[in-house]
Design a binder for this molecule. Structure first.
Ligand SMILES: [Zn+2]
Length: 226
């Protein structure tokens, strides 16, 4: 009775097409689910994602669940996730990818899942890190915990004065730092993010994490621009 009332006032709609969901559907309707452009990279052992990082950062394994196309269904999902408060899209995609990764040999020895962090200011404004639930769900599938205390996003403006011209130009890019680095010594880390476009964010994060002793890095994202 109560649930029916909830559904009348807040009807459950598909996070992709906004049509009403049937009782057995969650997050996304069956039709949209079938139309989501999955990459199957991890299932087919494709190097498609790893290739983006050749010569930039050493990765063990790399995958993305979906193909991102402009004006496509995935862009719509990502927009709802980042700007419309639909944090649950991260849960949906994380549970999906986690279920697939947990059965794969390449991902069997992952020790930690680390989400790409948001700057504190942005976190306050948005209220959530759009990658947090995605990372939690993947970690749950792999029977481990997400670790949010190692990688942090730092504010660079205060120290800009003393930097050379080149590094000042670089400050327009995202800057990450690490703390508690001892937590990741000798670990295989799964670094997770929402979308890979140029790969610059992942590269910056991975290079920070690689400062730890004997650390291996794999990556998994919701989507990749092709
Ligand atoms: Zn739909």
């Amino acid at each position: 009775m109560f649930q029916n009332l909830v559904n009348i006032f807040f009807p459950k709609v598909c996070l992709s097409c906004n049509n009403g969901l049937a009782d057995n559907e969650i997050y996304v309707c069956t039709n949209c689910r079938h139309n989501l452009p999955v990459t199957n990279y991890h299932l087919e052992k494709s190097d498609q994602v790893k290739k983006v990082f050749y010569g930039r950062v050493k990765l063990e394994n790399a995958t993305a669940l979906l193909r991102f196309q402009k004006k496509g269904i995935v862009q719509h999902l990502m927009h709802n996730l980042k700007y419309k408060g639909h944090e649950e899209i991260g849960t949906f995609l994380g549970a999906w990818l986690g279920e697939e990764l947990k059965n794969l040999y390449d991902y069997r020895d992952i020790d930690l899942v680390i989400p790409v962090p948001l700057h504190k200011r942005k976190l306050r404004k948005r209220g959530y890190n759009q990658v947090a639930l995605f990372s939690e769900e993947i970690a749950k599938s792999l029977n481990i915990k997400p670790t949010e205390s190692v990688l942090i996003k730092v504010n660079d403006t205060t120290s800009q004065v003393n930097k050379s011209r080149l590094s000042r130009w670089n400050t327009s890019k995202e800057i990450f730092a690490t703390q508690n680095l001892e937590l990741i010594h000798n670990k295989h880390i799964l670094l997770v993010d929402d979308i890979i476009t140029t790969g610059a964010t992942i590269e910056a994060c991975a290079n920070q994490l690689l400062q730890a002793k004997n650390v291996k890095i794999s990556i998994a994202t919701m989507a990749m621009v092709e």
